[in-house]
Design a protein around this ligand. Structure first.
Ligand SMILES: [Zn+2]
Ligand SMILES: [Zn+2]
Length: 74
């Protein structure tokens, strides 16, 4: 079953007809494969939505860590 299609509100026979990824983690959902990430441009085998974009995750730097870097010896 494809969680992406289910979340998108596709009908049951659509999201039950395929999986989101195969065993190797490659995207097999035809709808997600057509999607291009607006943050990093990933599409096809490595498609993802902005929410799951590795760039999006990296941006979450806590203020504490930022301070630690600034206060470091240098
Ligand atoms: Zn799907
Ligand atoms: Zn991305």
């Amino acid at each position: 079953m494809c969680h992406f299609c289910k979340h998108n509100g596709e009908s049951r026979h659509v999201y039950c007809g395929h999986n989101l990824k195969d065993e190797q983690g490659k995207i097999i959902c035809p709808i997600l494969r057509m999607y291009t990430c607006s943050l990093c441009g990933a599409t096809g085998d490595s498609s993802h939505t902005r929410k799951y974009c590795p760039i999006n995750k990296k941006k979450k730097i806590s203020p504490e860590k930022l301070n630690a870097t600034l206060m470091g010896t240098g």
